[in-house]
Design a protein around this ligand. Structure first.
Ligand SMILES: CC(C)(COP(=O)(O)OP(=O)(O)OC[C@H]1O[C@@H](n2cnc3c(N)ncnc32)[C@H](O)[C@@H]1OP(=O)(O)O)[C@@H](O)C(=O)NCCC(=O)NCCS
Length: 168
């Protein structure tokens, strides 16, 4: 498989990310049914500008395969569900449909954890069954089975939380 790359996005890539976020939110809107489409036909993502104004704790990456845009990742540090201040968290993660099932997502996740070594959590809605299978396999492969896995109650859905450390 050709290399999958993650490129740290700057404000210049904000329109690209905003477009990808629209595809992503629509894709997961059958799982996160509380998400409402705006009157302008866009879901929007109010926190996106913070990824450029708070570079010490928010990280936006454009995912590419063979140089072509294949998805995106948003990650945070110390926010919002972290029980410890410096824990990284995968906020949003998306692979375009045409690139799915070819370990593009897994390669991107591995690259993310290598780029940002430290303590990580990955939270996934239990009813997002495809994503749950994806994270379970990817996290367990990355950590060689050493990640801690918990189920946490939540409204409107329970969460599966994987906790692990990415070595420096
Ligand atoms: C979830 C998602 C990121 C997976 O990306 P992907 O590139 O297709 O995943 P990969 O090909 O790297 O899969 C890695 C492993 O997870 C498994 N997997 C991935 N998607 C799966 C699915 N929908 N159902 C079951 N298993 C799945 C693969 O089979 C593979 O394991 P294997 O190699 O042992 O067979 C992608 O489907 C997506 O963007 N979905 C919509 C957005 C979303 O739900 N994001 C997650 C939010 S928490």
């Amino acid at each position: 498989m050709q290399a999958v790359t993650l490129e740290l996005a700057t404000a210049k890539e904000a329109p690209l990310l905003a477009n990808l976020i629209e595809l992503y939110v629509h894709d997961v809107s059958d799982v996160f049914t509380q998400v409402e489409l705006g009157a302008d036909g866009r879901f929007g993502y109010a926190k996106l500008p913070l990824y450029f104004s708070e570079p010490e704790r928010r990280f936006a990456f454009v995912m590419r395969r063979e140089g072509r845009v294949a998805g995106f990742v948003l990650a945070t540090r110390g926010l919002p569900a972290a029980t410890e201040p410096d824990v990284y968290d995968v906020a949003e993660f998306f692979v375009l449909k045409r690139y799915r099932g070819a370990r593009v997502g897994e390669a991107a996740a591995f690259e993310l954890w290598r780029r940002l070594p430290g303590k990580w959590t990955v939270r996934v809605a239990e009813r997002n069954t495809g994503a749950l299978a994806f994270w379970s396999r990817s996290v367990m492969r990355f950590t060689h089975g050493a990640a801690r896995e918990q189920t946490l109650p939540g409204e409107p859905h329970a969460w599966r939380v994987f906790s692990f450390e990415s070595p420096a």
